[in-house]
Design a protein. Structure first.
Lengths: 231, 231, 231, 231
């Protein structure tokens, strides 16, 4: 089997999805990118999570060609592909898509997830953005590819590893990071912060974002050159 | 045992109900229809889910006559019967009734479940309707049969497989589909979407329904002649 | 061991409490009454639920005298005793006290749990009342006995089996019924209905109570002389 | 191994954290103080909860010097140290830090957790305070030590065992008590009361605090010289 470790990392992360509590029914998938080989591994379409084996994982190159695997790749593959093309040289190696319920609520309300506390600041260096509305042409054309496009637009001025998630308007979250384990952690942190934000805004609809000084302190003590933090 | 596979499908789906998280105490039942035989299988009254065996399942014809089974059919049988009479020739083969909590909240608030996002659009081609208030005559007469009647009224102009669920006002959801497994999935999707909608409306009580173009894209990529989607 | 079956019924119900999801930490207890013997069995104070054995259960008579058991009865014993004195000849044989979270929310908001749907009407023939505020004298005196007193006041004109629960203002729910299993079911139904009501009122703060005709239909098809219902 | 029992108590409590439902991912830690020895045991940084062994636990003295253990102590160690210095002679022997979601919501909304009912009064003799905003100097300097400082300020006039928890503004809860088991119980009670308060305030944003007479009754029947209560 070619690219065994890539497929294993991808397979394990997809199996972990329903156990993480982020995924209902079949609403989610994980991909893992190999920058040296210029291809990524992704969940096949229509296989239940707990039945997945590494050999089921499909390998796709950055032009969208299936290079290994007998099954059809997830229908969301063009979205993942567009993100690896844009974010791959910035260190993003894995993407997790879920319909986790609290993050979806912000996506459906077309509302950025604000940074309301240090749990958020430990993972995201600012609010998690919402994509712009897609045009009828984008929706009726190559929809999943265009979905990747509106995500990439949000990060024109932002390092995708400083805010490793996005809310696709009316749809739900995509998260990413330097490995499948880390990308899954970003997806979990996003859902936890969205839950906390829903409860905070119920107490105070005008709750203020975290002080910028505290945001920097928390994000930077865990990430980057001066990181020192561990619970 | 007559109609073994029908009874087994019905038995398995009823056993799956409490495991799905949709059913508290004894608030739910599943039926499965055999159009060729003109009869359906349904949960017996008063048997705990985990004690059900296929031989306990009751077979009832479309006139309401018990044709096999020693136990009393669920008190909700006339509702199921009326739905199979109206929807059976449109492909509906299984009906799931639950009191799942978020769907009940919309039923109790007498509010259609709006389509606020793509999770909803993946399963329901538009808002999930609420039945009209029942009259005192309907309530005091053949109440369970009349409950089926107000449901059928909601689908006078709608293919029941395009919106495979309804909210009975002040009561709770019924869901259906082409098999027991699919009907249970519709019931789960309904509850998930109702939970997401409650959270979305908490963030924005005036949250707009999903763009019609996006609704069509998501429903039609999973259903019908041009379907191509798989996670 | 005297009154073995009474103690076993009480022990099993107390062990079931944390498994029901109604009880956090040690916030709950169950008692069971034997009208012929004029005494009731109740959880001892300070024993973890899963360590309870029938021999640990304390027997108390209606004058408050411990008649069997080496342990101290629950501090809430005077409340249970007052309820058995008032409700025992109306068929109440078991009382369940919990701090289940949604029911507590209504108790803390000093708000009757309204009957907003048929799930409620299947178990309670009308809204579940809130007790009046207790006086400083009642609080500083024999507080647990007085707690029973304000509950009894709520049922001066009401059959306690037609509405088998109450919300003690600022405190939480007591539920009861003809057996420990049925009392526990009343406590569960109360919490489920309170959760549904919280969600319904979030959608519509002015949600109307269920039509009286539908309330009667649902309660009476499950209870009393003309009952016929089973899921 | 030095201080074996202290390390075991600390290890067990840290392992219990994720099982308590209070901790997502790695958001929490527990410390245990030995007043005679003038040192405390604390979770090491970067070790998963379920892999912890007593030998991994780090011992730190009140000057901040690691006196035993090969691993790095939790980055939150200076906060714990400052609290033991201020509260150690008042009987506080263990501190639990979590990001439990409902307590975090109050911390993020910068809102004291009011005492709305007897569940709260059973554990906290009044509202649970929120710390003041930290200054840029405190944040950019010795941040974790300063976090302890703003907590200590809240208890200038209050016995820390009468209100054994605090909400750090924009961050989350710290709880404490006379042992690790009791401190964990305080952290759980805090989260339960915060959940109940969120639901109560959803029903009535102006819900009144519990009557002072009832607050005293409930707290004092469980704590102090005249305690008599047990469920």
């Amino acid at each position: 089997m070619k690219h065994t470790s890539l497929r294993e990392e991808c397979c394990e992360a997809n199996i972990a999805l329903p156990r993480s509590g982020l995924v209902d029914l079949t609403f989610g998938n994980v991909s893992v990118f190999d920058p040296a080989a210029g291809l990524f591994a992704i969940k096949p379409s229509g296989v239940p999570y707990d039945a997945l084996k590494p050999a089921d994982i499909v390998l796709v190159d950055l032009e969208g060609k299936v290079v290994a695997g007998d099954l059809k790749p997830s229908s969301d593959t063009p979205t993942h592909r567009r993100l690896f093309r844009a974010f791959g040289d910035k260190g993003v190696r894995s993407i997790v898509h879920t319909h986790s319920r609290c993050a979806v609520a912000f996506a459906q309300a077309a509302r950025e997830l604000p940074c309301l506390g240090t749990t958020h600041a430990d993972h995201f260096h600012g609010g998690v953005p919402v994509t712009r509305p897609m045009t009828p042409g984008e929706i009726q054309g190559d929809y999943e590819w265009a979905t990747g496009g509106v995500i990439v637009e949000c990060f024109a001025q932002t390092d995708p590893l400083s805010i490793p998630a996005v809310l696709v308007r009316g749809h739900g979250p995509f998260a990413w990071n330097v490995s499948a384990v880390k990308a899954l952690e970003s997806a979990q942190a996003l859902e936890i912060c969205a839950d906390m934000a829903l409860k905070t805004l119920a107490l105070d609809p005008a709750a203020a974002p975290l002080d910028a000084c505290l945001l920097d302190k928390h994000f930077l003590r865990k990430h980057g050159a001066t990181a020192y933090y561990g619970q």
